[in-house]
Design a protein around this ligand. Sequence first.
Ligand code: ACO
Length: 404
Amino acid sequence: GLNISPLLSKTGFVTLDSGFVNTASCTSAVTYIDGDAGILRYRGYPIEQLAASSTFVEVSYLLIYGELPTPAQLADFEDRIRRHTLLHEDLKLFFNGFPRDAHPMPVLSSAVSALSTFYQDSLNPFDAEQVEISTVRLLAKLPTIAAYAYKKSIGQPFLYPDNSLTLVQNFLRMTFGLPAENYEPDPAMVKALDLLFILHADHEQNCSTSTVRLVGSSQANLFASVSAGINALFGPLHGGANQAVLEMLEKIARGDDTADTFMEKVKNKQDGVRLMGFGHRVYKNYDPRAAIIKKTADEILRGVGGTAGDELLEIALRLEEIALSDDYFIERKLYPNVDFYTGLIYKAMGFPTKMFTVLFALGRIPGWIAQWREMIEDKDTKIGRPRQVYIGATERDYVSIGDR
Ligand code: ACO
């Protein structure tokens, strides 16, 4: 019933593509995905190789600058990040303004937004030096902000970063350490978290990355653009899925449903219930990130010393088993995505469910930065401004209030 005449605009045909299922918004040289074959590459390097051999900071360098660093380049990059981990003391006060039970995601996005007020010397998107310093500030400060958001929620004092540690070690210490304690991050946990960050580091034009680019296309600065991306990631159909998966598994573990009765509800679309952590807009095959995590989930769960995840892991495996042999899921090409197993690992590491999406944001930060920089450097970038197909009333005359 659409009137198609408005589809022909002055600039040519307007296509209606709800959810941008078939519309590319940009060209990009950062990340390659083949959803049918289950392939993911950062700057041409297969995710499996990066997961096996690289580190999160090295992958960040690769995504942002396009090439793997030499030892000297990596050492310099790590050093620059280390110098910027501290938060301005006034920014620390910011955390006191939120209610204690605040979800850490809006706290994170607010604090990142506030960086525009603290670093007014690095807001010009067309000044390469300023972009460089805001890049390093974001990479360095996000773990500190995330750890403070967590400390605030449990009423514990903030810890200053210890710059003799690596980025991941530092984050774990600021999150789980106490001022009077000599916290030593568990090497298995450091390795596992580094791996999870690598797997989340970029995923081409997903909802949050497209948001970063769209906001940035108005020439908004990097902090403002990334803050918008964090808000997009907060949604349960995107980054919030890792939290939703664990809540789903816990509900089944409590006995509200069995794995089988739950799956019946999913298939009948009862109350709009979905199998969280399943399905993906682009992957119509096993998500390669989920394959890497599944392979290591067992090992990681044992490595971080937890048995708490065991029952939930059993439920997850059972749900996956049902899904992979059921016509509903087969016909729709629904496979586990990256978030199906991550929540279990985060829980075993001791993170509360509310922090899961924050961990996703920490991993995704290099991807947002790389994509924002690519967008700003592209001379063909125009302000993002989609068209619409109007379906409202045709022209009608105003009726004064007494006559309605
Ligand atoms: N459980 C049950 N059914 C599903 C699921 C699911 N998880 N995902 C899709 N479907 C069904 C839909 O109901 C629809 O069925 P229909 O044709 O009978 O109506 C069909 O599969 C196609 O689904 P769409 O929603 O059109 O697929 P879309 O590409 O828009 O959605 C999405 C992708 C949002 C990821 C979806 O699969 C979903 O909601 N998954 C659960 C949430 C989740 O895990 N999100 C994380 C995504 S990955 C990430 O952000 C890292």
